[in-house]
Design a protein around this ligand. Sequence first.
Ligand code: ARG
Length: 474
Amino acid sequence: MSNAEGPQSSPRQEKAWGGVFREPTDRRVELFSESVSFDRRLADDDIDGSIAHARMLADCGLMTVHEADSIAHVLEEIRGEIHAGRFEYSVSKEDIHLHIESALTARLGDTGRKLHTARSRNDQVATDLRLFCRRAIDRLDHGLAELQQAFLGFAEREQGLVIPAYTHMRRAQPVLAGHQLLAWCEKFARDRDRLADCRKRTNVLPLGSGAVAGSSLPIDRDHVREALGFDAVAANSLDGASDRDFACELAFVIALSMVHLSQWAEEWILYSTQEFGFLKLPEGFCTGSSIMPQKINPDVLELIRGKSARAIGNVQALLVLLKGLPTAYNRDLQEDKETLFDSIDTLEAALGVAAPLVAGTSFDRERIAATIEQGHLDATSLMEALIAQGVPQRTAHETVGRLVRLAMTRGVALADLADEEFSGEYAGWNAGLRGALGASRAVERMASFGSTAPASVAEQIAGWRRRLGAAATP
Ligand code: ARG
């Protein structure tokens, strides 16, 4: 470009890598390739990493302890300025790593110029991103635990309430409300397990991999590992500086968590409609309509459901970003951050409103009780009672099917049928079989492990209390 050296361009000597260049960087390239507008979020991790690196360099005789002390001191000063919003950013310095290093060098001169010894931005950014993800994983785990607490608290409040469970969105069998609520705890527990597993592979130190081949200087990578709390040191420098598997894994774990949240949101949107009338959402978590004065809308749940789309898309974006990359660092990798940050922010924000929304929601017990005997929720219970008397399952199924048809025709519940009507379909009928009828009895008769039986639900509640600790939500 003819105007590449125009007044718009930054002088090459400003660049950390300017030595070999005869022409300044085109301003348009600076704008196109900068990442400081988003990777400034790595500032704390970058400073932590640099301090650990400087201390290691001193320990290995590559700078003096005094120099490492001054570097650490000035880096903390810079951290303070960044936190206070007093730090100046400029696209000509590309990314947060170069910003911090150049601020350091501006204050410390040659001492600052030693910090990048045996380090490349490739292993530096990989380290920063892992530190960032590690902190994010711990926050997300905490957020998921708080959401579990909220579901557990709700389950405890609603002991004894029987609600319909649906399959195919058709009334299926009666369950305890607590059983339904604790199903969400299970899903979020698996999400937390996946986070913990992903954390293991995230918590590996790339620093010391250099750009691609390591370093000829006598560095001690284990020193840095220990200082930064990593479990292991990346064993291969090519892989170490470029591995982003942990980012994909985290994005996936987040996407699946968001899918769980989205399913929950969908269910509660339905359950809180006037048509279902099961749930009363807290008004502080609903919004209104600018034209229809009567509306109280579940926008928070809708947005959680909607935002899951971004988290799902981000997994694909990361996988596609990586699929064409040859071994080692390529600048494409700079594109990992906005995607990953967006996933982390999305889940964190969703969890921040989901837990208090759950804590503030209640069931409309009267409304549920008024309709619980609709839909023949006890049909399976009756069928199993026949099976227990020796009737083959297929026969029992057919028999109860005919009884349900009869009840449907008369517009009544199974329990409303007369003994003669039962014995008309099943010769072995006896009044004792009535014990299988009615939603509450159907629940009480459950016996299998993990079922909705009151004892099973009580055990689940106790188990979750043990696992999650004392109640934290209001
Ligand atoms: N901003 C870059 C990134 O996020 C840092 C690494 C740049 N390395 C390089 N060789 N240009 O990936």
